[in-house]
Design a protein around this ligand. Structure first.
Ligand code: SF4
Ligand code: SF4
Length: 120
């Protein structure tokens, strides 16, 4: 993974039941304490082997709310650790060898820039 939900989320719930791996939680269960929905990066599979595109973003009515994030792999461990992960402070990559499915056609540059998953 992953995709990430930003602070423009309006808590509409359109995404949560679309996720094939139950990676999304609502504002009450957001581990960061923010009052909007959250994607667990260690659960999100970018919908690989499920759909052609991320189902959550396709369902989301808020433009730019769901963006790409870095792949959840050991190569990007530092990105998800501690304060470096701005939307998940103290998040720790529990399994340093974790290799979550990721879409190779999305560049690391676009991921770092948090480009919208659904383009205009
Ligand atoms: S991209 Fe797919 S697997 Fe990841 S949170 Fe969205 S719906 Fe779930
Ligand atoms: S569909 Fe978009 S706006 Fe609605 S809860 Fe999910 S991320 Fe937030």
């Amino acid at each position: 993974m992953a995709v990430i939900i930003g602070d423009t989320c309006i808590n509409c719930a359109a995404c949560i039941d679309e996720c094939p791996v139950e990676a999304i939680v609502d504002e009450d269960d957001n581990p960061t304490g923010e009052e909007y929905y959250y994607v667990y990066p260690d659960k999100c599979v970018e919908c690989v082997d499920h759909f052609d595109t991320p189902a959550c973003a396709e369902a989301c009515p808020t433009e730019g709310c769901i963006t790409w994030d870095m792949p959840f792999t050991a190569d990007h461990k530092d990105h998800f650790a501690g304060g470096n992960y701005i939307d998940g402070e103290d998040y720790v990559l529990a399994d340093a060898d974790a290799i979550m499915p990721t879409r190779d056609d999305i560049s690391l540059e676009d991921r770092a820039a948090r480009v919208n998953v659904v383009e205009d």
